[in-house]
Write a protein that binds this ligand. Sequence first.
Ligand SMILES: Nc1nc2c(ncn2[C@@H]2O[C@@H]3COP(=O)(O)O[C@H]4[C@@H](O)[C@H](n5cnc6c(=O)[nH]c(N)nc65)O[C@@H]4COP(=O)(O)O[C@H]3[C@H]2O)c(=O)[nH]1
Length: 529
Amino acid sequence: MKRSRVIAEAILLAFVGVLLPLSAAIYAAWALSVNTEKGRLELVASQAAARTHLSILNTAAMLRELDNQKLAPCSDAHIGEMRRLSINGRMIEEIGYIDDGLLRCTSWGQTTKRIAKLPPDFMSGDDIETWVAVPPLVSGADPLTVVQVGKHNALIDPVRPIDLLSDNRILVTIVAPNGRVAAMLNDLDTQMALSLAKQGKSGVNDDYVYGVATDAGWTAIAVGHREELIAQFRSQLWVFLLFGGFASIFIVAMIMRQSRKRLSPLSELQIAVRKREFIVHYQPIVELATGNCVGAEALVRWKRPDGSLVRPDLFIPLAEQSGLIQPITDQVIDAVARDLNELLVQYRSVHVTINVCAEDIKSGRILEAVAARIGRTGIENRQIWLEATERGLLDIEEASRTIEEARTRGHKVAIDDFGTGYSSLQYLQNLPLDTLKIDKSFINTINRQSATSSVVPHIIDMAKALNLSVVAEGVETVEQAEYLIEHGVEYGQGWHYGKPMPADIFIAYLYENMKRRRADVIPLRRLNG
Ligand SMILES: Nc1nc2c(ncn2[C@@H]2O[C@@H]3COP(=O)(O)O[C@H]4[C@@H](O)[C@H](n5cnc6c(=O)[nH]c(N)nc65)O[C@@H]4COP(=O)(O)O[C@H]3[C@H]2O)c(=O)[nH]1
């Protein structure tokens, strides 16, 4: 995955990581404010409904008791008792005695008003007739509630039971069981009150927050202004934002940590292995005396998604440390089988050298890896050479076992970068190798006055003594090539013959090389013939 994509993803996630907790904090502060305010208003509403109902029951009980006293109707004692009760009852405006359609007397004295008795609006109990919103006889006063038990009735101010419940910032409306507004404290629009009562649910709208409660058919609506809700929300918001801010910082820190991990060289390499981003370039190996190409070394390249190539010395050490070298080696073998199958079937004398890591030589895993991938092609085992560095052969017993088995299967085995490690003649003697590759650092010294220039002939002699074929690596000049030929080195590899190249270019190179070879041979035959 591209670095820029990882960074873009991290920025996007961090943005969401900041936005999400902060919006959650704002939402939580708002939800809590609404719930708190709704709860407060619901409490006011439920108390208002309960008190209204209770005021009816209490009044009815008092009238029942008055009825039961059997005082002589409209006697001084009767009127006196009615007056005492209406003075003591905080919400009672007046008590009256009705007989035969006539209001005979009230708590204020004798009267003979004819009352047109209408059916009650509703019954508040078996014997409690109730009327609401009755306009008072004295104009200008608020509508009253009338309660009648037997021959006595009482006029109640419906606001009294609820007026101590709230300050003037809360509007309380009482809707009677018959659906009419019975009382209003701090005026609210009647239509709105009725519609809220009909909804029967607490809530919030563009202008108000409201709590709704019912008791014995009485519905109370307590309404608060939205500004108060907003003021409460503002005061709570800071606390929530503090928590939201901490959560954002935590999330962003986690995202940064995760992204840094993803951007680490190791995880980049892991992703590359998973996405099979490794390709192989091939460097020709030639017979020095003739210039004939006899094979190639498979050299891995990491092809990044942007098309750029990463050199193996930049990632092979990390791959070896982390164990990723094995899946990379497998991808190299896959590439060889894919790229050169046809060519290797056509030219049986041509081989490909594959670099093998120390662990694979030690465990012998490489043999199965090659068998599994080459077995299904037409490539023969003798066309696949295995190349291990001196370091890879340090564990001499296990290395010997793997090399023996490789040779039994038909592979050839070479020691790479010879001379740069700890190898000695005795060490080499104990390994059943086929080929020795002289490291390019020694080839560089040929024909130069350097301290190590005398080492090359010794290495060549040692290889001859052990019956090993020799490949010189890093041949860059004609002089080096001539020197090597003079000293009996058979094979060479280096920029003088060809740099590592993509498969298609190598195939073209080999065809060209083969053509040239045939062209050289035909005149010879003619000469002889
Ligand atoms: N200056 C100069 N350089 C020349 C010349 N001729 C060849 N070279 C370079 O020398 C290296 C030869 O490969 P090596 O010694 O096996 O050294 C290889 C090998 O040890 C390792 N490597 C490459 N592919 C693989 C692989 O598939 N598996 C493992 N385990 N290691 C690999 O990475 C090393 C570096 O590979 P490269 O960068 O491809 O470098 C290659 C090649 O490009 C020349 O004339 N002049």
